[in-house]
Design a protein around this ligand. Structure first.
Ligand SMILES: [Zn+2]
Length: 328
């Protein structure tokens, strides 16, 4: 409960906050176009539905309206029952916004579910054929897909005191299938050694990097907050360190947004990155397609294919959209 209280304060909780519908809805394509080797659908927070060729992967499923006293600002961009049959479910750590028992119970089906070892006790009876506890470096392979648990700089424990026995389980994942490599960072602070090592070990195409929570109140700016989360500028630096081809910022605008300056900072960090055409800022429910062979990304929900010029205009569009979302 202490953790919940801290989370509530950190996430600027308000029970009276309106939850907005997602502007876009995720509609998984049952007959994927071959031009897009990879599709990434942002359902909200750290929940991303990935299709890599014919495999479906879901990260940190969280579809709940409330996490204890914490309420979403934006509804999930699809219903859990509309998910396709999942090949993999990847859980990064046990915090309530990443390991949501209600969502896991509701999952239609999954072949494999990976969870950091100490967090396995929190996995309910889910519709997964197998549940595999992992530690950093664990590799699990199945149906041609190779998933490696990789380090993160975060903290474990679901109710704080369980840190004493759960081994502080948290990690990210690298997913490799055919000629595609995707990095899901989970929840992490900035650590140049960690991210550069990932860049040495993997040739990453797409990096899903969590941004924040940052900005806003003093807790988020505290030394602890800074250690376990990346601010937008650190997220960009982490992306550069990994040498990945594209970055999609996640973990923002869902449970924490108003009362802070996060979106302004995200836009500024992208504008100053020098590689803005490689950082694909999407709104909750937006979908991206990647043609890895031809080095091309497409905003599927906007019908925009991204050359470098297109990418810059897409960033401008995101700025305009962000203006609309800013609190009065
Ligand atoms: Zn966390």
């Amino acid at each position: 409960m202490i953790a919940f209280a801290a989370l509530s304060v950190q996430l600027n909780c308000s029970l009276f906050q309106f939850t907005l519908p997602a502007e876009h809805r995720v509609v998984p394509n049952s007959q994927p176009q071959s031009i897009h080797n990879v599709e990434a659908h942002w359902i909200g927070h750290a929940t991303v539905l990935l299709r890599i060729y014919d495999r479906w992967i879901l990260t940190d499923p969280c579809f709940s309206q409330y996490l204890g006293p914490v309420k979403r600002f934006v509804e999930p961009a699809m219903q859990v029952e509309d998910l396709p049959e999942l090949d993999w479910v990847l859980i990064s750590h046990t915090h309530f916004d990443h390991l949501d028992r209600a969502s896991l119970k509701a999952l239609p089906s999954a072949k494999r579910l990976l969870v950091p070892a100490g967090g396995a006790i929190y996995i309910p009876g889910v519709a997964a054929d197998s549940v595999a506890p992992v530690v950093d470096g664990t590799v699990v392979e199945g149906d041609g897909v190779r998933v490696t648990a990789v380090p993160a700089q975060h903290f474990g424990g679901r109710i704080l005191i369980d840190n004493l026995w759960d081994g502080e389980p948290y990690n990210g994942y690298v997913i490799e299938y055919k000629d595609v490599t995707v990095y899901f960072a989970g929840d992490t602070g900035y650590n140049d050694t960690l991210f550069k090592k990932l860049g040495e070990d993997f040739d990453i195409d797409l990096a899903l990097i969590p941004v924040g929570p940052s900005g806003g109140n003093s807790l988020l700016r505290s030394a602890i907050g800074q250690y376990v989360h990346v601010d937008p500028y650190e997220a960009v630096q982490a992306f550069k360190d990994t040498g990945a081809r594209w970055m999609v910022p996640i973990h923002h605008s869902t449970f924490y947004r108003r009362g802070g300056t996060e979106m302004e900072l995200i836009l500024d960090s992208i504008a100053k990155s020098g590689i803005s055409e490689r950082i694909l800022l999407v709104k909750v429910g937006e979908s991206l397609g990647f043609d890895v062979q031809n080095d091309r990304a497409t905003y599927l929900s906007r019908g925009e294919s991204l050359s470098q010029t297109d990418a810059q205009s897409a960033t401008k569009q995101a700025e305009t959209d962000a203006d609309e979302l800013r609190p009065d």
